[in-house]
Design a protein around this ligand. Structure first.
Ligand SMILES: [Zn+2]
Length: 275
């Protein structure tokens, strides 16, 4: 199984916790993950993981998470940070670079410290980067669907996913229309808004993720790693009344198609559509 959103570069996964978390993941049948970009402080660790695989397959996305933006910097200096990071890290990942993200807009208490205009300009940088590199996007959106959909409609990305989708359900059709997938995490276990949105998403456009370690806090015992992915798919299976096997097959096909990872599919599966 593949976890399309797992922050294995997080300090919570410092050694030896990382080894333990990866061993547990392999025992649970999860053998690969996508490590999304967070920010300049963690890009070196992300590079280290992507360039030194350890019996657990990792791919990466490059981006600046809204929580990692220094609100004291202006857009010009942040663009420089991003361009330099792109050169020093993303460009060295080769085939390991499969997406741009995670990036987005965030109006939560934590996100609000970054000026709204700055968030919008950074959103634009990432969208442009994705379009230039023909890479899918990994979006982090909190209470900002209107503004996000405006930019996404004006500059449609070449595919991608809204991660940790938690509703509202009214916004689901607009993302589907843009050809994006919606990815669901442990919120399925306790938030009706997330369940409602899952029910409104066709199987061809859904994914499941741990968003570990942050996305699992309170729901699972540590180490909060990719080992917990099957439990999230079980929760989705209960919400939808469809079998775990069926949902896992759709999850793999969708991840393979969106991120261009055909090796996620077994020989009996349909070949994925190329990006
Ligand atoms: Zn994340």
């Amino acid at each position: 199984l593949f976890d399309p959103h797992c922050h294995l570069d997080d300090p919570a996964f410092a050694e030896p916790t990382l080894d333990l978390a990866l061993r547990q993941a392999l025992q649970a049948g999860v053998g690969s993950a996508l490590v999304p970009g967070f920010g300049p402080g963690r890009w070196p660790r992300q590079s280290e993981l992507l360039l030194n695989q350890r019996g657990f397959l990792m791919w990466g996305a490059f981006g600046l998470h809204p929580w990692a933006v220094d609100p004291a910097q202006d857009i010009d200096s942040l663009r420089l940070v991003l361009e330099r990071g792109w050169q020093d890290h993303a460009q060295k990942w080769g085939e390991g670079l499969v997406a741009v993200g995670e990036f987005g807009l965030d109006r939560s208490r934590r996100g609000q410290v970054v000026p709204w205009d700055l968030q919008g300009a950074l959103f634009g940088w990432h969208l442009q980067r994705a379009r230039l590199g023909k890479l899918p996007v990994i979006l982090h959106l909190v209470r900002s669907h209107g503004a996000a959909l405006e930019q996404l409609t004006a500059q449609p990305p070449p595919g991608g996913v809204v991660h940790a989708f938690g509703g509202p359900v009214e916004t689901v059709p607009a993302y589907l229309e843009l050809g994006l997938c919606l990815s669901f995490g442990s919120a399925l276990m306790h938030r009706e808004k997330a369940r409602e949105s899952l029910r409104a998403t066709p199987p061809e456009q859904m994914m499941f993720e741990t968003d570990a370690p942050g996305g699992l806090k309170g729901d699972f015992p540590p180490p909060l790693g990719p080992a917990h992915l099957p439990k999230i798919v079980e929760a989705a299976s209960q919400v939808l009344g469809k079998s775990v096997e069926y949902l896992l097959a759709r999850h793999r096909e969708n991840c393979a198609r969106v991120f261009g990872l055909p090796l996620l599919l077994g020989p009996a599966d349909e070949p994925p559509r190329r990006r």
